[in-house]
Design a protein around this ligand. Structure first.
Ligand code: NAD
Length: 493
């Protein structure tokens, strides 16, 4: 396997020869050295993409479809190998990594078709013998900057529609999880035309070079609010388009008309999946007080059942957190929550049975108030805070009492309650009785500080296309509104 940059379909070292280490969070061993790209490497990748765009943007739609579909086929053929690499670099259970490969394959399939479906529209002409056509055009070179929690999936949400819209791409993986993207490029993308998909590796400064490069026309970014703001400011100086998918502090509302066991299992899964390191993890739980005690007890039971272990083991529910930094951040949040008066019901510490690995026990708190840090700032760890509410109105108010607006879930059998909450809560996704389930044909994205722009669906394709109005007059003639003006005479007929 290469541990290099990918530019113009060539595997290359960083020009200055610098590298950085990638660690396995389960064994805590260094597993690879990867190029630490410089601004020159970024420039080389953008130039390759810019040159490749000339032929990619005019490629016939059937050829483009076939090339993108082939990515899906090869991703599936190599699913186990790539899934193992994701698991090694992120600590995510293998089963979730296999799901990730299946998702990326279906995203490439979906956009391979959607990209050739509509390229604009025809609108009614303003004069006889003319036509108004709206054409949706590619921007040019798109820079895609991705995080570590779903390294391949969040890359595919950008790369597949960007290519299908006729752009070329430079990807910057997270410094924590570059290896799965490297191997995926190697085994699933080698048939793509030279230079349409390039990759440079490194830390935030490499991402910043990509944003600041004058020839990247769109920056598609998933990551923290803090980095999103920096990218928006850098891009603004060149009036460059950005699509920002940022953090969240997602609520779930548990109404008192539901099966408590199912709601508790759904809440535990949605809060602890991937160690709570999901942008849409359930991070604020609001339960109606009439069922609160039973529900809280059931969530604690579910959290205690979660099996921690080697992420490569098929029976592991939760692996280690992705890094020492993520573990220490989680510990800090838990100790501050205790100081703020939250009651710890389970977890709240590292498991004793592992000698190595950044493990943290699934943690549940109650006696929560809205002022506590957990209820205001993204947690991104295996922590479920549960707050009691009197009724739906209070739950909706608390759910909206947040700087974020990424996703929101509700459990209820009452359609009126479900739809009232769906309309009244500001969130880019709203899940009724099915937390965290996405659909590649429907848009995903955030409101408020969770970002702007949408991924997936037709909306996700439109992020990478700009509209051009072409007016065609098919009879050359003088127009009555040209010079000379004469207000007294009125318009010529
Ligand atoms: P991060 O913001 O630290 O890093 C994300 C990427 O940005 C990395 O590739 C990093 O190298 C790069 N980067 C860092 N500084 C940069 C800069 N100044 N200029 C350009 N690029 C820069 O985020 P992370 O820790 O990798 O990921 C976790 C965050 O991502 C969480 O806040 C999570 O909620 C968010 N997230 C959001 C979504 C979503 O779809 N809304 C999905 C997954 C994760």
């Amino acid at each position: 396997m290469n541990h290099k940059n990918y530019i113009n379909n060539q595997w290359v070292d960083a020009v200055e020869g610098k590298t950085f280490e990638v660690e396995n969070p389960f064994t805590q061993e260094m597993i690879a050295r990867v190029p630490y790209s410089s601004a020159t490497d970024v420039d080389n990748a953008v130039v390759a993409a810019k040159n490749a765009w000339k032929s990619w943007k005019i490629l016939g739609s059937l050829d483009m479809r076939d090339l993108l579909r082939e990515v899906a086929v090869k991703s599936r053929i190599n699913d186990h190998e790539i899934a193992k690499i994701i698991s090694h670099e992120s600590g995510k259970p293998l089963i979730e990594c296999l799901d990730e490969i299946e998702w990326i394959a279906s995203i490439f399939e979906y956009y391979s078709e959607l990209g050739r479906d509509q390229r604009g529209r025809v609108v009614a002409p303003v004069t006889p013998k003319s036509m108004s056509v709206v054409v949706k055009e590619a921007y040019g070179v798109v820079g895609c900057i991705v995080p570590w929690n779903y390294p391949l999936l969040l890359m595919a949400w950008k790369v597949a529609p960007a290519l299908a819209a006729g752009n070329t791409v430079v990807v910057k993986p997270s410094e924590i999880t570059p290896l799965s993207i490297i191997r995926w490029l190697e085994v699933a993308c080698d048939h793509l035309p030279k230079g349409i998909l390039n990759m440079i590796t490194g830390f935030g400064d490499v991402g910043a070079s990509l944003v600041e490069h004058p020839d990247t026309r769109v920056i598609a970014f998933t990551g923290s609010v803090e980095t999103g703001k920096k990218i928006a400011m850098m891009a603004a100086s060149q009036l460059k388009k950005t699509s920002l998918e940022l953090g969240g502090n997602d609520p779930i509302i548990i109404c008192d008309d539901v099966d408590i066991q199912i709601a508790a299992r759904g809440t535990a899964w949605g809060g602890l999946l991937n160690g709570g390191q999901v942008c849409t993890s359930l991070e604020r739980v609001f339960v109606m007080e009439t069922i609160a005690n039973d529900f809280i007890e059931a969530v604690v039971e579910e959290a205690k059942k979660v099996r921690l272990g080697n992420p490569m083991d098929g029976q592991t529910d939760m692996g280690p957190l992705v890094s020492r930094m993520q573990l220490e951040k989680t510990e800090g949040k838990v100790s501050r929550a205790k100081l703020e008066g939250a009651r710890l019901l389970c977890g709240g510490d590292r498991p004793s049975e592992f000698e190595k690995g950044y493990f943290y026990n699934p943690t549940v708190f109650d006696q929560i108030t809205s002022e506590m840090e957990m209820m205001n700032v993204e947690t991104f760890g295996p922590i479920i805070p549960i707050q009691k509410v009197k009724n739906l109105r209070e739950a909706i108010e608390l759910a909206n009492n947040s700087q974020y607006g990424l996703g929101c879930s509700i459990y209820t059998n009452d359609l009126e309650k479900a739809m009232t909450a769906a309309h009244d809560i500001k969130a880019g996704s709203f899940w009724i009785n099915d937390p965290l389930t996405d659909n590649e044909a429907a848009p995903f994205g955030g409101m408020k500080m969770s970002g702007g722009g949408r991924e997936l669906g037709i909306e996700g394709l439109d992020e990478f296309r700009e509209s051009k109005h072409i007016l065609i007059d098919y009879k050359i003639r003088e127009k009555d509104y040209w010079f000379p003006y004469d207000l007294d005479q009125g318009r010529k007929t």
